[in-house]
Design a protein around this ligand. Structure first.
Ligand code: AR6
Length: 172
């Protein structure tokens, strides 16, 4: 599997799948979630409504991943994964964040996606420490038994985040 680190806006990427750092409501929000919904348009929101309607309690679970189409985005599918709200690291946050990456890759495999782009899940509003989160992201992706997925893009929104990922990639 080929790992790429870029700085950019995930909504512009012509990959097969992009991952959305969602919340359990799965109907949009701020940050990358807001950007994805704005760029994708109403069709994505309507698909999300259908996904939510079929879930127990009408909401998603932290660490799980839910696939929809991509509306007006250049990618083919969007995989929505609610990350953990970071408290102190003693509330299972690391395992839940790893689940976000592994379950997103599972959804991508099921759809035979060859390429997938991740944002830095949970490191914005949800407050996950960036370096620890990047370590978990890289380790989980590398350990994943990918078949269809050939390329994973870590799409960082800032140059600092991209430098952090690049440093970790070089170290491993
Ligand atoms: N492309 C790539 N990365 C982006 C973009 C973009 N267009 N916009 C922001 N980021 P956050 P979370 C980066 O807060 O911490 C939302 O309201 C951002 O710089 O979007 O998982 C949801 O609805 C940061 O590195 O997600 C949830 O309620 C990363 O994306 C909650 O926030 C994640 O930041 C989820 O919080």
């Amino acid at each position: 599997m080929n790992i790429e680190v870029i700085t950019g806006d995930i909504t512009t990427l012509p990959v097969d799948a992009i991952v959305n750092a969602a919340n359990c409501g799965l109907l949009g929000g701020g940050g990358v979630d807001g950007a994805i919904h704005r760029a994708a348009g109403k069709a994505l929101f309507e698909e999300c409504l259908k996904v939510v309607a079929g879930l127990p309690g009408h909401q998603g679970e932290t660490g799980q991943a839910y696939l929809t189409g991509a509306g007006n985005l250049p990618c083919k599918v969007v995989i929505h994964t609610p990350g953990p709200v970071y408290q102190d690291g003693r509330h299972g946050e690391a395992a839940l964040l790893a689940d976000c990456y592994a379950n997103s890759l599972k959804r991508a495999e099921e759809k035979q996606c060859a390429s997938i782009a991740f944002p830095c899940i949970a490191t914005g509003v949800y407050g996950y420490p960036k370096e620890e989160a990047a370590g978990i992201a890289l380790a989980t992706v590398k350990a994943f038994p990918a078949r269809a997925v050939k390329k994973v893009v870590f799409c960082c929104f800032s140059r600092e985040d991209a430098e952090l990922y690049q440093r970790l990639v070089a170290q491993q």
